[in-house]
Design a protein around this ligand. Sequence first.
Ligand code: BEZ
Length: 173
Amino acid sequence: MIKHVPNTVFKTRVRNDALDGPNPFEWKDLSSDDIFKGKKVVVFSLPGAFTPTCSTSHLPRFEELYDEFKAQGVDAIVCISVNDAFVMYQWGKSQGAKNVFLLPDGSGDFTRKMGMLVCKDNLGFGMRSWRYSMLVDDGEIREMFVEDGFEDNCPTDPFEVSDADTMLNYLKS
Ligand code: BEZ
């Protein structure tokens, strides 16, 4: 297992009210250090914004349990998906996500370096993230929960261990 999170640059979009026009957003690059340095971060990564299990269970449960994660010393909860910044922004908005930071890995660079990039051409998705979660302390990966059955074009969507409750129970134990 890799021990340190990979270096990458995440391309995010942020609101800038000083901008005119119907789309007052601008690009903001965030490095791995920006996300992880000096912080205890819980990451969960999933195959796609707006997909059913991700929207009804994976993301909402981390949202719900945010205060409990904070009580365990977690500084931030980050959701990664191989989707672009525009899609991730709209998904967060539609989910009313206030606690979890949705981080677009649009190019899949971080996910590939994590060894978690899988082909989902069977669904017309292209390359996406396998479901996993991890606890990262100052950039060091302390624990990882990776779903079983890692493979390209997996006909199922295993979701047993990368959920919020598993990570929270681990933190409490
Ligand atoms: C889901 O979250 O339900 C899902 C994810 C990837 C592909 C299909 C469905």
